[in-house]
Design a protein around this ligand. Structure first.
Ligand SMILES: [Fe+2]
Length: 217
């Protein structure tokens, strides 16, 4: 993100978050988190143009609204995988002990649970209460219907940041720059095919999100 747009206090806050995750995350996870932030900065600079219309409201991105969006996106990127510092059983215990509203499928899903508990954990451990940040973190693994532009950016950056490498990633990276909605659709399509080919389970919301991305209701 264009750091100049952030206030001094926001920059200090982000620095503090980065220092904290560096001290608690394994190096690979820390570097993925920073890679996600860096890629999201690039996409935010490309896609949040002053003359662009906002996702949630009609109107332009003023410097103020851009600052808030950039800040929220930065926090979400830095902390999106914070839940991964805990092992699966610890996350299950956290859900049960705190009676978190997570369904049985999500509780049993070892690869996704870090997101569904992530919002609770960053609220507890970092005192973050901004509902948009918490939502972005909670749903960064599967997405949700009608995602905001900043949440699309987090979702995509997590999948294509420069530290990742897999077949087809260059195509996703190109699309993320040239057509972010098509990029979202292609990543979603490839994830669904990947899951089905391996006889893995699909999240119950996946078909709804797929229809929403394709323009259905
Ligand atoms: Fe991630």
């Amino acid at each position: 993100m264009d750091k100049l747009i952030l206030s001094e206090k926001q920059r200090e806050n982000l620095k503090g978050l980065v220092e904290k995750i560096k001290s608690v995350m394994p190096p690979g996870l820390y570097s993925h988190s920073m890679g996600t932030l860096k890629y999201a900065q690039k996409l935010a600079n490309l896609h949040f143009k002053p003359e662009a219309k906002r996702d949630e409201t009609e109107g332009k991105h003023t410097e103020d609204s851009k600052r808030e969006i950039y800040y929220r996106l930065s926090v979400s990127c830095i902390l999106h995988d914070y839940g991964k510092i805990y092992d699966y059983m610890e996350l299950v215990e956290t859900v049960k002990k705190n009676k978190l509203n997570i369904n049985k499928f999500e509780l049993n899903c070892q690869s996704l649970i870090h997101g569904f508990v992530g919002d609770y954990l960053v609220k507890r451990d970092f005192g973050i209460s901004d509902e948009k940040i918490l939502k972005a973190i909670k749903f960064h693994t599967i997405g949700y219907c009608d995602m905001s532009l900043e949440d699309k950016i987090l979702f995509i950056s997590d999948k294509v940041e420069e530290g990742r490498s897999y077949e087809g990633i260059d195509n996703f990276r190109n699309l993320s720059i040239n057509n972010i909605n098509l990029c979202l659709l292609e990543i979603y399509r490839s994830t669904i095919i990947y899951v089905i080919k391996r006889n893995k389970l699909l999240h119950p919301d996946t078909s709804k999100i797929w229809n929403s991305i394709c323009g259905g209701k």
